[in-house]
Structures are given as C-alpha cells and as structure tokens.
Design a protein around this ligand. Structure first.
Ligand SMILES: Nc1nc2c(ncn2[C@@H]2O[C@H](COP(=O)(O)OP(=O)(O)OP(=O)(O)O)[C@@H](O)[C@H]2O)c(=O)[nH]1
Length: 551
C-alpha cells in the first residue's frame, strides 16, 4: 500500500546517525576548549569581586572608578552628539546645494546678498571692535560716567583703562562709582568697601530690582502657579534701594550745571555687574534688556529718567586676556564665546575660595576636585542626562551663573592700605569730588544700608580678589580665538587639583601648571588590559572544520 505523502519531512533519525552527530559535536567542543586553554583564555569570565572592605582607601578607589566610568560615558555621549551634528550639517548643505541648482539666478543673487548682509550685521554686533566702539561712544557722549561695580568683588570690577579714558577725555567728565548687588554681601563688608572706594570717587550703594520683566514675559508667566518661597524671593528681588539717592544726586548736579539739555549719564562696567538692571530700577520699568546671561547688552541705549537726566546703557568692557584666569572667568565672555570650557571656568573659581565654605553653600559632601564637586552638585540638584548620568556641564553652567548673576553671596576682603593708581592725582581727585552734594550722598547711603536685607558673614563665601581687571578700550581687528585664550590656557580636567586653602596656593594656580611626574600625588591608576577572547580556530593548521569533519 502506498503511504500518504507527509506534509513535513520527519525528523526521525536512526540511532547510529544520532549518536554519530552527538559524538562529533562533543569532539568539536573539546577541540575548542583545548585551543582556548592553550591560548590561556578561560571560557568563564571571572566575576568582579569589587574592592574588599578591609582595603585602606576603598572609598577613594570606588570614587575614582566611578568618575572614570562617568568620564568615558560623557566622552562617548559627546562624540555621538558631534557625529549627529555633523550629519545634520551635511544633510543641510546637500539640501541647500540641491535648492541652489534649481533656483533662478536673480532670486539666488538676491538671497545671497541678503545672507551676506545679515551675517555681517550679526558678526559686527558681537565683535570686540563693535563693543569697544559702542563703549567709547557712551563715554564720549556722557557728562557723568557711572562705573558699576559688583559689591562681591568691587576691586575686580574696576577697570584702570576705562577710568583713565574717562579722566583723559575732555569736557570735564565726572566719574561716579556705584556699588551694586549689595544684597549679596555682608553689611560690614559693604560699609568697609564704601569707605575705601570713596577715598577716590563718590560711591553710591545700590541694590537693583531683579524682578522688572518685559511685559510680554510677565503675561506669559501670569497663569503659572507660584510656590510660597518664590513669593518671598520675589518680594526681596523686586525691592530696589539706592535709586532715590542716585537720582537726587544726579538731579542736583544737573541743576548746578544749568544746562538746557538733559544731563547725559553713561552707565559702564564689566558684563553682568548690573548696568541694565540699574537703569531699569531707576526708570521703574523694563527699558533695557537684563538677565543672568552675560553680554546681553551689545550697543548704546538711551533712557530718559527725568526731564533733566538721561541714562545711557553700554556693553560690558572687553577684558584683556593678560588678566589672571579668575578675573577672565568672572568678567569676560570667554565661556560664552567658546574659548574656554565651563568646566575649566569652575575649576578656576573653586581654587579662589575655601572648600568648606563651598560645601556648606552648596550642601555637598567633601570633594577632591572640580569634576567630583560638579558630579555631587548635579546629583543633588537632579541635573541628570540620558541614562540618569549626572549632567556636570549643566551643574557647571549653573555654578558660573551663580557667581556672575544674582544668586550667590560671596565677598572679598578690603585692602588694608590704600594707594592711588598711577593715573590719579590729588588734584584730579579733588576735581571728581567737587560739585557733588556729598553729605546728602552719605545720608542716602546710610538709608540704603538700613533698608537692605544683608546675608550674614558666616553664610557668605570668602573670595580672593585678583585686583583691578584690565580692559581693552580699542580693538583694531578681531583677535583670533587663540589669542583670546592666551594667558588662560585651558587646564586638563583629569589633572589632580585641590581647592585653595590659602592665597599663596591660589596664586600658584594662576601660573601655567607643570606636568612633572614627581609633583603628582599618588593615585590609583587604571589601565585597560587588552584581552583577546576570540576563539578563532582558523589560524591553526589542524583546525576543525565542522562542515567537512561532520559528514
Ligand atoms: N541680587 C542682585 N542681583 C542683581 C542686582 N543687579 C543686577 N542683578 C542681577 O545681575 C544679573 C545681570 O544684570 P544685568 O543688568 O543684565 O547686567 P549688565 O551689566 O547689564 O550685563 P550685560 O548686559 O551683560 O553687560 C541679572 O541676573 C540681574 O538680575 C542686584 O542689585 N542684586
């Protein structure tokens, strides 16, 4: 009888064939094991036993390993992002090229022309020549120049080149110092700075309102639910102190001049010291663009405060690259322009203050270097990136913004002895003090100090100031990026570093660091050991070929 045809072939085998296959497989596996043994590679991957609890530096070793892992992952992520960007740029270029080929000639010429003009405008506005020219325009047009100083480091905010330029220009210009952000400095420190600075120029203590916002922003935020502590913060930030004193001083000076035109007052200083906020506070509305971001003001802007007084906002003074690194970090736009990484900037700042104070201020445990500090800060604040990794870059940006913006309370010691800078003479000083109602100014400052809520000495970080910051008043042509970083060469992140405990150490950190082996503290070194785990049989002569041997 004919058997019906099966749908699928049967898998049944004769026993002898099955045993033969099993024997061949066993032989094949044995051969592989033998070869692996000869090469010294065991098949089983040894389990990482970790660091024994009895190890003397267990925590440090673990921390080091964790940091290394984070660094590797960050590097990978960075490379991935670069690749993505490159690919996107290439795609964009290809697309543009394709469009250009199909576009009519006239339209193409018009578009190119417009693009060129736009590019010229944007480059010009942020170029150093443009910023210097605008600043000079403000100085030339002013009857009175107000140099705004951040009360947290007043000396570091003074620019000898700027002051000299004001004094040397004709027109009997007056120079006033405004000590802004006094709400971030202990009261005793503010008083000492006022006494010190007024030996040279009249000084006005000021606390600008940080809550004056653009109307459109205000409306967008209206519907947002506000946390209770934010309300308290707002009321503190909204208050402005010193504006009455300053406007009275300027009005009485304008009256003394008996000029028909309004008194022109130029507001100058380094970036983010609060020039625009001062003008907004005096005006009582959002007249100039202000914010935590540095370098917002790019050009001169006039704001009428009253019939007799007109304030002029100016871009921040361009910082000379010859300054110490900490001054460059705080006052210049190196980070924003991409000449210095934000991580390097934080490393520099951390060297200028005491570690314990930073730990208390940011509520983080002990750390050994800036990267570790940023990792701890990122974890604490929940700045995480993909894969729940701490976002140290974001933590660094926030840290830097605290130092230059409106948040962190820190102060510098007032110098014990006072010396006149070379560009100032006694007769010039007498000239500068003349025509001001100084008694009114003194009582006004006292009123201001009574109103402001100051932080106490213990909660303020002590910072080592590097003295006046050199500025650039004229730039002939745009300095290349390399020149801008000169004198502030970037420091390797993985180099061992410590926060400075004393000023001598801090000073040493300003010098270029030597990478001598003896100077490096001993650390556990991790080295990658190449392990070949490929079990390739093709290299040996008696290689087992499953296809042929099996048959
Ligand atoms: N706490 C506090 N923050 C202030 C004070 N004045 C200004 N700020 C803050 O400091 C930051 C910088 O202020 P701006 O007015 O933009 O400074 P600027 O000098 O005009 O800056 P550029 O436009 O970059 O030149 C902002 O975040 C302000 O809110 C102040 O008196 N106290």
């Amino acid at each position: 009888m004919k058997r019906p045809k099966l749908k699928r072939a049967s898998k049944r085998l004769s026993c002898s064939k099955r045993y033969k296959i099993q024997r061949k497989v066993r032989e094949h596996n044995r051969k592989l094991r033998k070869e692996a043994k000869k090469k010294g590679v065991s098949k089983r991957v040894k389990k990482d036993l970790g660091v024994p609890s009895s190890a003397p530096f267990k925590e440090e070793v673990l921390r080091e390993a964790e940091q290394r892992r984070l660094q590797v992952e960050e590097e990978k992520e960075r490379k991935r992002q670069v690749k993505i960007e490159e690919r996107a740029q290439k795609r964009q270029k290809d697309k543009e090229a394709a469009n250009r080929e199909t576009e009519p000639k006239a339209k193409k010429a018009r578009r190119d022309d417009q693009a060129n003009r736009l590019a010229k405008q944007t480059v010009n506005k942020s170029s150093k020549q443009f910023l210097c020219a605008e600043l000079n325009k403000v100085i030339d047009a002013s009857d009175v120049v107000i140099e705004v100083l951040d009360a947290r480091d007043p000396l570091g905010c003074r620019c000898p080149q700027l002051e000299e330029a004001v004094l040397q220009r004709g027109g009997n210009k007056k120079l006033l110092l405004v000590l802004n952000k006094i709400d971030l400095v202990p009261k005793e420190n503010v008083e000492r700075w006022i006494n010190c600075l007024q030996q040279e120029f009249p000084v006005v203590a000021f606390k600008a309102s940080t809550q004056i916002r653009d109307k459109t922003v205000q409306q967008a935020k209206k519907s947002r639910i506000v946390a209770s502590n934010e309300v308290l913060d707002k009321s503190r930030g909204a208050a402005c102190f010193g504006s009455d004193c300053l406007s009275e001083l300027l009005t009485s000076y304008a009256a003394k001049l008996q000029s028909e035109a309004a008194l022109k007052v130029g507001v100058v200083g380094f970036t983010n010291v609060g020039k625009s906020s001062l003008i907004n506070s005096m005006k009582g509305m959002f007249a100039c663009n202000a914010g935590v971001k540095r370098g917002i003001t790019k050009s001169m802007q006039e704001v009428h405060i009253s019939k007799t007084v007109k304030l002029m906002d100016s871009p921040g003074v361009v910082v000379s690259p010859s300054n110490p690194r900490s001054s460059v970090v705080l006052r210049s736009l190196q980070v924003e322009e991409g000449h210095e990484s934000v991580l390097d900037a934080v490393t520099t700042l951390l060297k200028q203050c005491e570690k314990t104070q930073i730990m208390l201020q940011y509520n983080v445990p002990d750390f050994r270097n800036s990267l570790e500090f940023l990792t701890l800060l990122a974890k604490k604040r929940g700045y995480l990136q993909k894969g729940a990794l701490p976002n140290t870059e974001q933590a660094a940006s926030v840290f830097l913004a605290d130092w230059t913006g409106a948040k962190l309370s820190y102060h510098c010691k007032v110098p014990g002895s006072h010396h006149l800078p070379p560009y100032l003479t006694d007769s010039l000083l007498a000239d500068m003090q003349k025509d001001w109602d100084l008694s009114k100014l003194r009582s006004g400052n006292q009123e201001t100090l009574k109103g402001v809520k100051f932080p106490n000495q213990a909660s303020s970080v002590t910072f080592t100031s590097k003295g006046p910051t050199e500025g650039v008043m004229t730039v002939c042509e745009e300095q290349p990026a390399a020149a801008a970083t000169e004198g502030g060469g970037t420091q390797q992140q993985d180099q061992p570093e410590q926060t400075a405990e004393d000023s001598t150490e801090a000073e040493e950190s300003e010098k270029p660091q030597k990478t001598s082996l003896e100077k490096k503290p001993k650390r556990v070194q991790f080295q990658s050991v190449p392990i070949d785990i490929s079990l390739s049989a093709g290299s040996s002569g008696d290689a087992y070929d499953f296809n042929t041997d099996f048959k």
